[in-house]
Design a protein around this ligand. Structure first.
Ligand SMILES: Nc1ncnc2c1ncn2[C@@H]1O[C@H](COP(=O)(O)OP(=O)(O)OP(=O)(O)O)[C@@H](O)[C@H]1O
Ligand SMILES: [Mg+2]
Length: 335
């Protein structure tokens, strides 16, 4: 079964800093690319370049293929691009002004550079505008959209929400003119449940969980955006069964030395795991989003680990879709 994630072409992934937004975006990208969907991970001025786990060292503004054979031939239609405000401005300027000489005159000067840096939100608007352009305007030769799926690796929560609110703020502050038109088109995309879904990533710990629940609320009330899945990343796996745990407790006090310490460490692990499970239950109860759990992997996240996370994300999304259907909850994207 193909998860509902892939029916909306503009998938935004956000959450608190460091929770695994880029990792989750890449895992989802892999799932989509395996279905043959032409997918691009679009980073908005990110510092952790998505191409790195695939051996792509240099960040690129133009989409680059991530899964290529030794001969450089793409094996999966998965691409990544890291947008920067300066390159987005250059592209936007040349598109609007058509001639490079005029563009240079208008944009390539100190006053303009200072202005774009000084106007709050201008840089973010340029990057969001480029992402919107990739969804709405980029076409193949046969007229079909270039991208079947764009996965936006958005900035961390606070910054991310302000960025996603910009089209709303600008279209209300500047009702007329080309900038207002662009802002309105972006707002239409962001609020369209047929094209857009905002996915939240969090960790199974109290503070990140609280922040994620607040974010879910903000997405609905302040942003008015359609929501997708809630990914709980780095969940500790079960290492021993309940019976084994009880036995361990009984034998712990009868042992000493290294065996005693090992048993204590195991108990501590189980204690953490129990605390995590409480946070997971809280997120399931209070978020009203279909929840997908992803395990805490032991090895650093490279291509192999991403493939593993992709398998688990796919299974988790399918299970979450079934739970939603079973409970008669609104389907993903229609929240
Ligand atoms: N499920 C996982 N298991 C183990 N390590 C993980 C997992 N998910 C992410 N990581 C690691 O955790 C770190 C943070 O992940 P990632 O860079 O994806 O987070 P981020 O939210 O994009 O961070 P930033 O706010 O810096 O952009 C990385 O080193 C990544 O390899
Ligand atoms: Mg990141």
């Amino acid at each position: 079964m193909r998860s509902q994630l892939y029916d909306r072409r503009f998938a935004i992934v956000t959450g608190k800093g460091g929770v695994g937004r880029t990792t989750v975006a890449l895992a989802l990208g892999l799932v989509a690319a395996r279905y043959g969907l032409r997918t691009c991970i679009v980073q908005l001025g990110a510092r952790d370049w998505a191409g790195k786990p695939f051996g792509r060292i240099e960040p690129s503004y133009l989409p680059v293929p991530l899964c290529t054979s030794a001969a450089g031939i793409p094996e999966l239609p998965l691409y990544a691009a890291n947008l920067t405000p300066s390159e987005a401005l250059r592209e936007y300027g040349q598109m609007k002004l058509r001639f490079r000489a005029i563009y240079n005159l208008v944009f390539e000067n100190d006053v303009m550079r200072r202005l774009t840096r000084m106007i709050p939100g201008m840089n973010e608007m340029l990057m969001l505008g480029k992402a919107w352009h990739m969804e709405a305007m980029d076409k193949r030769n046969d007229g079909r959209p270039t991208w079947d799926l764009l996965i936006i690796d958005a900035p961390a929560t606070g910054h991310g929400v302000s960025l996603l609110r910009l089209p709303q703020v600008i279209s209300e502050a500047v009702p007329f003119g080309p900038m207002a038109e662009d802002a309105r088109a972006m707002r239409t995309l962001l609020e369209d449940p047929m094209r857009t879904a905002l996915h939240v990533v969090t960790l199974p710990q109290e503070l990140p969980a609280t922040e994620a629940l607040e974010l879910c609320q903000q997405v609905r009330s302040t942003l008015g955006m359609p929501t997708g899945y809630l990914f709980i990343n780095k969940v500790l796996g079960r290492v021993i069964s309940e019976t084994q745990r009880r036995t361990l407790k009984q034998v712990r006090d009868k042992t000493d030395g290294l065996a005693h310490s090992a048993l204590e460490a195991m108990e501590l692990y189980e204690h953490w795991r129990a605390a995590e499970q409480l946070q997971i239950q809280r997120l399931v109860r209070q978020s009203a989003l279909p929840v997908v759990e992803l395990p805490h992997l032991l090895e650093p996240v490279g291509r192999g680990q991403l493939e593993q996370l992709a398998d688990l994300a796919q299974a988790g999304m399918e299970a979450a879709d079934l739970r939603v259907q079973g409970r008669g909850m609104p389907s993903v994207g229609a929240a």
